[in-house]
Every structure is written in structure tokens, then in C-alpha cells.
Ligand binder design. Structure first.
Ligand SMILES: [Zn+2]
Length: 373
């Protein structure tokens, strides 16, 4: 049985995958246009919300666009509908299409943009290139009446709690007796005002990452029958995985830089790319970073990579890399288009698990401003 979903429910699932708090400081994101409190039947994923993309969304009957690049980057001074930038906003509002943006948080997310890029290059043993955050591990303990223990446990694990390495849905339960006396003004689920109550309760323990703490606790409170829920959250001394920008990994077999450049062109489906280095240089270890990667060139060198694959490489960074003996392949910023299918597939899977009646489509509009001749 499929159930209807609204924008909030879909974004809740999306943020379990790509939490907002992974974004770099000052990065705009989240809901930028429209509203989430409406039924959503169709979602479109897009790299850039250009006017053609909005027209496509209107034609496709889309209710929500999940985009990578912010539609509003700097504060708007005017919205004039005789120019494209204003028309985009007007059309979106007219057709009640919401735009939700996940920029650097989707780059950092485990399984996000940088992992999709690394997958395109068939890299294995991938690690984070530039750590930006370390997810903290926490322990959550909640007491529930036995009758609702399974419901509460299920709500927490479905919100992403209980992930340990390759294992999911990890929890531990024990039973005991809970005691409480409802005071005047309370509305107890069990017991009566001013009478000491004893209830068979289940203690449920699980672990969670700080990045999803809010969602897990919300889900737990929603599933719990009590007015005042007894729960504890402790910080674990064990650290969670390192998260960050870019990935570094290895190719199955060595290639020359010339061969690797051809390979990257095919894998990223670009008509041309720029490269720096000796075409005969040997390439096996590869660093890749979606977007504009000049700032992280040295991190790529220090990671031991033979080549750094990134976009918008500038003249002086290219010189500096050459001096350091680091090859560069710049297939352009637009290779981040991998996020369109990546996000659509990830969300399709998550919504299917929930039984949501929602369709995902990737925008088919090519948004690279550059042509080659
Ligand atoms: Zn980008």
C-alpha cells in the first residue's frame, strides 16, 4: 500500500542522508522557495535551477526540486519578472513548486556527490580527502511501557539510529519497573493524578550519530505514548567516521595520464577536459573533489595522489601543481551533474522503504555554460 507524502516527510528522509549540519559555514541551503506543507507526487533533482529547468519542472508537473547549487546565493535586492532571475522565482511560486537546496552538505555526505564522482572513476578503498567534520557517536537510552517498546524501537532505528559499521538496526532491550506519580494538571497515558503508579517498562538502548540526533529523538517522541518521556543521551568517547570534501582512492590498474584523461572524459561524459602534467606520467592513486577545488590542491598532493581531478582550476594553481609534481585533470564543474541520478536513486530507495507514493525524475537539461570547439 502506497501512502501520500508531503514535502516535510520527503525532506526528513533526505536530511537523514544529507544532514544540513554537514554544510560548510555560511553556505546557503535548505528550503529556498515555496513550501513543504503540501502533498508531493513528483520530485525533480537538478544541479542548477536555470529557467529551462524550471520550465521542465512545470511541464513534468513537479511539486519539489532538490537542487545542488543554491538558487539564491546572495541576498536578493529585487525580483524583477522581466529578467530571467526574477522570472524563475515567479514561475516557481506561480506553479507552487518548492526548491530545496543541499549544497556542501551533499558534497560532504557519506554516499553523496564526492562518492558518486569517485564511483564514476571506479575508485576503490576511498577515503575522505579534506576532513571537515567528525560525526560524534552518542548513546540513546529510552524507557517505554512494554506495550509500545517495539513501536518506539522501530521508530528510532528507522530514523537511522543503531548503525554500527556494516550493521544497522542495532539495539538492546531489558525490562524492569518504572514508577511515577502524575501531578495535578497532567494528562497521564497510564495511571491517575496523585497516585503512585508502577508500570512494566522496557529500557531500549541504541547508538546514533550526532548528525541525526534531532531526527531520531523526534521519531522516538512521536512513537512514544507518554506525555513526559524518560530518555538519556550520552556522548560516547568512541569517534564516528570522518566526513569531508573530496575522496582519494585507487584505480584497479595503472594508467598513463593520457589514458586516464580519456577514461575520465568517458566516465564523466564530457566532450573535452584540461589536464596538467606529463601525458606519460603513471596514475594509480586519484584524488577527486567536486566543484571548485583550487583551495585543496595541496591536500591532494599530501594525500599521495598521482592526479587531482577537480573543476575550475585556475592558471596559478595549475602552475603550482606542476611544480609539486601533481598531475591535474579538470573535467569542469558540471561533472557534479552526477548528483541528479545519485540523489534520485537514493531518495527513490528511501521513499520505497517508507511506502511513499512519490516519483523522482532527474532534470534532463544540460546546464554546463561552457562549449568547446
Ligand atoms: Zn558545485
Amino acid at each position: 500500500m502506497k501512502v501520500e507524502a508531503n514535502g516535510h516527510q520527503i525532506i526528513e528522509l533526505f536530511e537523514q542522508f544529507s544532514p544540513k549540519n554537514l554544510a560548510m559555514e555560511g553556505d546557503p541551503g535548505g528550503l529556498q522557495i515555496g513550501r513543504l506543507n503540501q502533498k508531493v507526487k513528483k520530485v525533480m533533482t537538478a544541479l542548477d535551477v536555470l529557467e529551462e529547468v524550471v520550465d521542465e519542472a512545470v511541464k513534468e508537473g513537479v511539486n519539489l526540486i532538490i537542487a545542488h547549487h543554491p538558487i539564491i546565493y546572495r541576498p536578493l535586492k529585487t525580483i524583477q519578472t522581466d529578467v530571467s532571475s526574477g522570472r524563475i522565482i515567479a514561475k516557481l511560486i506561480q506553479h507552487d513548486i518548492a526548491v530545496y537546496v543541499a549544497h556542501t552538505n551533499l558534497d560532504v555526505a557519506d554516499g553523496g556527490v564526492n562518492d558518486w564522482l569517485a564511483q564514476q572513476l571506479k575508485l576503490t578503498n576511498t577515503k575522505v580527502l579534506v576532513p571537515t567534520t567528525e560525526d560524534r557517536l552518542k548513546k540513546l537510552i529510552v524507557f517505554s511501557p512494554e506495550s509500545h517498546a517495539e513501536q518506539v524501537r522501530k521508530a528510532m532505528t528507522e530514523a537511522g539510529a543503531g548503525q554500527a559499521g556494516d550493521y544497522s538496526h542495532c539495539s538492546f532491550t531489558s525490562t524492569g519497573t518504572g514508577r511515577f506519580m502524575p501531578a495535578e494538571g497532567s494528562d497521564p497515558y497510564i495511571g491517575s493524578v496523585n497516585e503512585l503508579e508502577e508500570v512494566k517498562e522496557t529500557r531500549i538502548e541504541t547508538i546514533l550519530f550526532e548528525s541525526i540526533e534531532k531526527e531520531v529523538i523526534q521519531a522516538m517522541l512521536k512513537a512514544h505514548p507518554y506525555e513526559e518521556v524518560a530518555y538519556d543521551v550520552f556522548e560516547e568517547s568512541r569517534k564516528g567516521p570522518k566526513l569531508g570534501l573530496g575522496r582519494v582512492g585507487t584505480l584497479d590498474k595503472k594508467m598513463t595520464l593520457n589514458e586516464f584523461a580519456d577514461f575520465a572524459k568517458i566516465q564523466f561524459n564530457v566532450p573535452a577536459l584540461r589536464y596538467v602534467g606529463d601525458p606519460a606520467a603513471s596514475i594509480q592513486k586519484v584524488a577527486v573533489l567536486g566543484g571548485t577545488g583550487n583551495k585543496y590542491m595541496k591536500a591532494a598532493k599530501f594525500s599521495g595522489a598521482d592526479v587531482y581531478v577537480t573543476g575550475d582550476v585556475d592558471y596559478h594553481t595549475a602552475h603550482d601543481a606542476a611544480a609539486l609534481g601533481l598531475c591535474i585533470v579538470d573535467p569542469g564543474h558540471n561533472i557534479e551533474k552526477v548528483m541528479k541520478n545519485g540523489t534520485a536513486e537514493e531518495m527513490k530507495r528511501r521513499c520505497e522503504e517508507k511506502g511513499y507514493d512519490v516519483e523522482f525524475v532527474a532534470s534532463s537539461i544540460h546546464t554546463d555554460p561552457f562549449s568547446f570547439k
